[in-house]
Design a protein around this ligand. Sequence first.
Ligand SMILES: NC(=O)c1ccc[n+]([C@@H]2O[C@H](COP(=O)([O-])OP(=O)(O)OC[C@H]3O[C@@H](n4cnc5c(N)ncnc54)[C@H](OP(=O)(O)O)[C@@H]3O)[C@@H](O)[C@H]2O)c1
Length: 270
Amino acid sequence: MMHKITIIGCGNMGLIYANSFLKYRIVNSDNLLLVEKNAERQVKLQAMNIGRVVTTTDQSIAGSDILILSVKPQDFIELAPGIKPHLKPSTIVLSIMAGIEISAIAKLLGHENIVRAMPNSPVEIGMGMTVFTASPSLTREDLLKVDNMLATTGRTLYVEKEQLLNAVTALSGSGPAYFFYFMQHLVKAGMEMGLDEHISSTLAKQTMLGAFHLINNASKPLDELIKAVASKGGTTEAALHTFQEQHMGETIVQALLNAEKRAGELSLKL
Ligand SMILES: NC(=O)c1ccc[n+]([C@@H]2O[C@H](COP(=O)([O-])OP(=O)(O)OC[C@H]3O[C@@H](n4cnc5c(N)ncnc54)[C@H](OP(=O)(O)O)[C@@H]3O)[C@@H](O)[C@H]2O)c1
């Protein structure tokens, strides 16, 4: 039997999930309910004809087997009382809201079965990395069900300790921006050396892609991969020497630790 899925907050992420579930036949449009309060967005969703669109969390959400919370974290507190009376105990609540702890969701919804997931932006193209954790009440079958759903947007990993989601946020959650930043400076350097922007950008992108596949397929550790490119006294070594002189490695580690700390500071614990 097909599950009834409700997505509350059908902005960027909510819509990505709706489309990914439909694409992989996790749900059909008859069993998909989209709750969206933004009038402009509602019109867009109606026109897409991907599920039933409603404006508020009323009786219509009552039959949901899986209910996804994809509103902005700050909107959740106001939203929770409208969801609470309509949940059946077996409903799995899947939150992708950054920084709202399972205990806070459980308390605000008076509900036990909660999964908290941290996706990243490449979910948009099915290349995401999503890490999830769950309240102890979830069965193995529930966890596999959720995993199958999240995996429609890319890779998934389960972690037992919820606290680790702050590190996950700092690494895979924010990670795409770090690579864009690095890429931006590779392109800039290429242009400073006289390459046209399109050439510089193609070189940077293809190099990143090739390097990724080498990492993914090589059995060698990273420092050996680095050594294999950097011959003694050569060009790569000159660049790496500058990275070391400027403490770039330590800076990267410190940046992620700061992101992790910030994720902790922003967490809503109740
Ligand atoms: N974007 C990412 O890469 C990413 C990664 C990891 C986690 N997340 C999490 O994903 C969540 C959604 O992010 P997003 O980028 O998709 O945000 P978004 O585009 O702003 O989508 C949220 C949607 O929910 C609507 N909404 C707000 N309150 C509502 C309510 N009470 N009932 C129904 N709909 C409501 C919003 O309408 P209005 O515009 O009118 O407020 C908006 O259309 C956030 O909690 C974020 O932390 C995002």
